[in-house]
Ligand binder design. Structure first.
Ligand code: BGC
Length: 337
């Protein structure tokens, strides 16, 4: 195992660093202290399977949250408010009247402290009381571990006052290599994704679960991402931006993904109860790393998290973190090549 730390620009006069970890199997990953972001994952063949940018400026000014840590809340909160023990909190609304991915300056847009321990990089930050409207001071950490064949992420958080914590990672994977066409030919299976969360016109979950059976959201058996539409939920082949409720509990397999062009496969596991499948239909054309070009369907995000908008749906598992409790989320991403 070896590692190096290099400069990757400056934010508000503070240096932003990039950390590279490499293992004996010659897999390497690059992480940024900006947003506790995964910038690349490179297989022994040299194939980089994650989308990212060349400059800090591109990370700061582009939408899409490439590789970033999302917090305090992943996905949307309808009309940007939350109620907790009789108090109503007004959150910032950065997507129309709703909040997306933690607000204007969510966890993705902050500089994190970090320490390196062997094959692990542990990022930490304090999210102050009132940040983006949320109550409580939250001490958060995101720990990336380089494995022999992939990586694991462990998120932990504690608060001094009851609040909402629901973190994820927003990496876009392309198993043909970043910038190498779309993921529409990738074969996907999501064995625990028996139900999904129907949404309204603003993509806010309406508070019910529905079976995937009979819809184009059904990935219980493997098939190509771009092979189905259903005239209702999936109008363009491969255009997914849907939250699934995962059956079972504890660490379990969420997704198996394989690229028929390269034979590279990815298995995702998590202890969370939901995954957002986002195939980047909304990713506008833009330059990516090393002269690559990105656009719609250039990558696939498998965002492991709590049920979106659960704060407003009493029937959903609670996304609250109470003072004195510890939030713990573990997900892993392992490749075959
Ligand atoms: C959401 C999409 C959103 C995208 C932004 C995804 O996590 O599900 O609706 O457009 O993030 O990059």
């Amino acid at each position: 195992m070896n590692w190096k730390v290099e400069p990757f620009g400056e934010l508000d006069g503070r240096p932003v660093e990039q950390i590279t970890l490499k293992n004996s199997a010659q897999c390497s990953m690059q992480l940024l202290a900006y947003g506790a972001t995964l910038r690349s994952f490179v297989l022994p063949s040299g194939l980089d399977v994650c989308l990212g940018y060349d400059t800090l400026d591109a990370y700061r000014t582009s939408d899409g949250y490439l590789g970033a840590t999302i917090g305090r809340n992943s996905n949307r909160i309808g009309r940007a408010w939350m109620e907790l023990d009789g108090h109503r909190f007004r959150l910032t609304s950065n997507e129309g009247r709703n909040q997306l991915h933690g607000g204007y300056r969510g966890f993705h847009a902050h500089l994190w402290e970090f320490e390196i321990l062997e094959n692990v990089v542990r990022f930490s930050r304090v999210s102050p009381d009132g940040e983006e409207g949320y109550p409580g001071t939250v001490q958060a950490s995101v720990t990336y571990q380089l494995l022999d064949d992939g990586f694991a992420i462990e998120y932990a958080a504690e608060t001094d006052r009851d609040t909402l914590v629901n973190l994820t990672n927003h990496s876009y994977f392309n198993l043909a290599g970043q910038g190498n066409g779309t993921v529409l030919d990738h074969i996907l299976q999501m064995p625990a994704a028996t139900q999904f969360l129907p949404v309204d016109a603003e993509k806010i979950p309406i508070g019910l679960l529905a079976p995937v059976t009979g819809t184009a959201l059904d990935f219980l058996e493997p098939h190509a991402i771009g092979s189905r539409t259903d005239g209702a939920l999936v109008l363009r082949p491969g255009d997914y931006d849907h939250a699934y409720a995962l059956c079972g509990s504890g660490d379990r397999s969420v997704a198996n993904l394989c690229c028929p062009r390269t034979g590279v496969a990815l298995t995702v596991r998590t202890n969370m109860d939901s995954v957002q499948l986002y195939t980047a239909g909304g990713l506008a054309q833009r330059p990516g790393k090393y002269s690559a070009g990105y656009g719609p369907f250039s990558g696939i995000c498998l965002e492991t998290q709590r049920y979106p908008n659960a704060i407003q749906v009493p029937a959903f598992p609670s996304p609250l973190l109470r003072a004195g409790e510890r939030y713990l989320h573990r997900s892993s991403f392992r490749f075959c090549w």
